[in-house]
Ligand binder design. Structure first.
Ligand code: S3P
Length: 172
């Protein structure tokens, strides 16, 4: 049993979870961990390759296990892949943890993520895909979040600061 993560970041791809997570880890003097990176390391291949070779369902199973392991072991800042909250078991695991949802609007999303091939879910018609993804997920992010932090027109440093404020970790 550990004390659990200090901060868990959720939110859609491109919301800055990795960048903000690394800044938060620095500010808190704690390690940073990212479940996407855990999956890539364990599988020895990129997430886009897992999607193409094995399908999304297999990726979601790997992701569920990666999140459960990280939540149980990690005592620093933890960033989850954008779709991790789709799983009800994962949402139950997050209940009661200091979870911050990094939100952003569609225009900001398209500016940041664009047509990047590294994001298989947004590879075609990113604006429409984004709207559909968020219609399906917004309430799930809100359900698990202790704090919702808007990232639009804010620098990663400003977002990190807002997360510390919102989770009352300023004096940690
Ligand atoms: C996904 C988000 C990605 C990655 C995968 C699926 C999603 O993570 O897990 O491409 O379903 O939103 P990031 O949110 O870290 O980009």
């Amino acid at each position: 049993m550990t004390g659990g993560p200090l901060v868990v970041l959720v939110g859609p791809m491109g919301s800055g979870k990795s960048t903000v997570g690394a800044l938060l880890a620095e500010r808190l003097g704690a390690p940073y961990r990212d479940t996407d990176a855990d999956i890539v390391a364990a599988e020895g291949r990129e997430i886009s390759d897992i999607f193409v070779e094995d399908g999304e369902e297999r990726f979601r199973a790997l992701e569920k296990a990666a999140v459960a392991a990280a939540v149980a072991e990690h005592e620093g800042v933890l960033a989850l892949g954008g779709g991790a909250v789709l799983d009800a078991g994962t949402r139950a695991l997050l209940a009661g943890l200091p979870v911050a949802y990094l939100s952003m609007d569609v225009e900001e999303a398209v500016r940041r993520v664009g047509l990047g091939v590294a994001r298989p879910l947004l590879a075609v018609n990113p604006r429409r895909q984004w709207r559909e993804l968020m219609d399906a997920r917004r309430h799930l992010y809100e359900e698990v979040a202790r704090a919702v932090v808007a990232t639009d027109a804010r620098t990663p440093e400003e977002v990190a600061e807002a997360v510390l404020d919102a989770l009352e970790l300023k004096d940690a």
